[in-house]
Design a protein around this ligand. Structure first.
Ligand code: ATP
Length: 226
């Protein structure tokens, strides 16, 4: 990893499975933040959340199919390759070591995830390592006076350009068009035999069905026929 591309943008998540909400958001972010690529970084087994419905290898395979051929989207599988649990602060430290101290680095997080930011391991280290780009998601507001809300106010970036000018330390809150899709919604539809078509890329849905993930093999209602 080098700093050649300027601001390095990391979009982490469980991607269980990746869906059009993630992909559309990555494209919106790329254009709005003026970066050449968005690095999608699947997490191994986030300890603070229920365990993923698909294995790390399966989620990575689906993600690779989803971004295949899209030059602005890259998959960074460092957390899945690590033996131990994946902590965001450690991944950002690793990226910081690779990129060097002067390279602008930012991580993206939705308000739903950012609302619990102060429960993340070593969360106070994170603004020293990277900027944080918070995407507003409906129904997920930051509690007034909470640590994430205070952090957002204290470190508010006044522009997108500010993220390109310094290596870390700012919180940029962005309202971007968000598709009302969640991985939970996709898993629930597959498990109950309903269609997940148009929620995830066709190629991803075919692979989910071929592998029988999320209970999809036992049903016929969600089958993709083409
Ligand atoms: P789940 O329903 O399993 O909680 P999810 O759909 O929220 O999953 P994650 O993999 O947990 O997806 O999310 C990774 C990141 O993507 C988080 O920062 C989350 O806020 C963001 N995200 C998820 N869905 C969308 C969406 N539809 N639009 C924009 N961002 C999204």
């Amino acid at each position: 990893m080098t700093c050649a591309e300027g601001l390095h943008l990391v979009f982490g998540g469980t991607f269980d499975p990746v869906h059009h909400g993630h992909l559309r958001m990555a494209v919106e972010l790329k254009e709005r933040l003026g970066v050449s690529s968005v690095h999608l970084m699947p997490s191994k087994a986030p300890p603070h959340r229920p365990q993923p419905g698909a294995s790390a290898e399966e989620r990575l395979a689906l993600l690779a199919l989803a971004v295949n051929g899209e030059p602005g989207l890259q998959v960074d599988d460092r957390e899945l390759r690590r033996d131990s649990l994946s902590w965001t602060a450690d991944s950002l430290q690793q990226l910081r070591d690779e990129l060097g101290p002067a390279c602008p680095l930012a991580m993206v997080v939705g308000t739903d995830a950012f609302a619990g930011f102060d429960s993340w391991r070593d969360w106070q280290r994170i603004p020293e390592l990277a900027h944080i780009v918070v995407i507003r998601r409906l129904g997920a507001e930051l509690a007034a006076g909470s640590a994430p809300s205070q952090l957002q106010q204290a470190r508010a970036a006044d522009s997108v350009e500010a993220l390109h000018r310094q290596p870390a330390g700012l919180v940029l809150s962005l309202a971007l068009p968000v598709l009302d899709i969640s991985a939970t919604m996709v898993r629930q539809r597959l498990a109950s035999g309903r269609s997940a078509r148009y929620l995830v890329p066709d190629r991803v849905l075919q692979e989910i069905q071929a592998r029988g993930l999320y209970g999809s093999r036992s049903s016929s209602g969600g089958n993709l026929r083409q």
